[in-house]
Design a protein around this ligand. Structure first.
Ligand SMILES: Cc1cc2nc3c(=O)[nH]c(=O)nc-3n(C[C@H](O)[C@H](O)[C@H](O)COP(=O)(O)O)c2cc1C
Length: 224
């Protein structure tokens, strides 16, 4: 298969939004599977594909997960010293977000096929590579969903309660929940969020080597 470079791709990518409100319409299983399959075309470290997906579409499964995560969330918010009323508001909102999304995809990481090292430094790098690979799959899934006319949002909550999520869904012990994608046909598509200017986040390293402006600034400040 050959493709010619397409400028249409840029507006497509830029038109994706994090969608947080969905129509109640169910998403056909074939669409979910196509989106996930495209997600698996993300690049991954050593092509080990350390992503795993748990998909919830029934209200029984979503409620079970939301209840379990809510108990953890309540404990964290109590420890933060929030008022009981504020805690209940936040828990209710988070519970509704999970249960009202037609599709919930738990993005998990497994180290089963990754390399292992005896030293902490390389082991940490390997773990980060697996994490980066899972994140790329998550981003690709969001784009594939967008191509299907679906909306989605990445929700980080499972990262704060991995054991609870694994236990609630009876996931294999090596599946580490990293995040959750809420997905469905959009009820509300938000405005684009502001992006930092490319010049603000980019440093073209020219030759002869010029230091990054901030390092010159730091040097000047140190000398003054
Ligand atoms: C790792 C990660 C975690 C996120 N966690 C949440 C979250 O917990 N709740 C939420 O509403 N949005 C979450 N988001 C979505 C971001 O808020 C969103 O991508 C950002 O505001 C830019 O908006 P856009 O995706 O519409 O361009 C997360 C995104 C990423 C990549």
């Amino acid at each position: 298969m050959t493709f010619s470079p397409s400028l249409d791709f840029h507006p497509f990518i830029r038109s994706r939004r994090s969608v947080r409100r969905f129509l109640p319409d169910p998403v056909p299983r074939a669409v979910i599977e196509r989106v996930l399959e495209t997600g698996t075309y993300a690049p991954s470290a050593h092509n080990r594909q350390p992503w795993r997906f748990a998909v919830l579409t029934t209200s029984a499964a979503k409620t079970h997960l939301a209840d379990a995560m809510g108990a953890d969330f309540r404990r964290d918010l109590l420890a933060d010293g929030l008022s009981l009323a504020e805690i209940e508001t936040q828990i209710t909102r988070s519970h509704a977000r999970i249960c009202e999304a037609p599709v919930v995809i738990l993005l998990c990481l497994t180290l089963a096929d990754m390399d292992t090292y005896p030293d902490e430094k390389r082991q940490r790098a390997e773990y980060l590579m697996a994490t980066q690979s899972v994140a790329l799959a998550g981003g690709t899934i969001l784009l594939a969903a967008h191509a299907e006319g679906l909306g989605g949002v990445w929700v980080c909550a499972p990262l704060f309660a991995p054991d609870t999520v694994r236990g609630a869904l009876s996931l294999p012990p090596d599946w580490e929940p990293q995040g959750m994608l809420l997905m469905g046909y959009p009820a509300v598509v938000p405005e684009a969020r502001v992006r930092k200017a490319v010049e603000e986040v980019t440093f073209f390293v020219n030759s002869p080597l010029t230091p990054h402006p901030s390092t010159t600034l730091e040097k000047n400040n140190a000398n003054s």
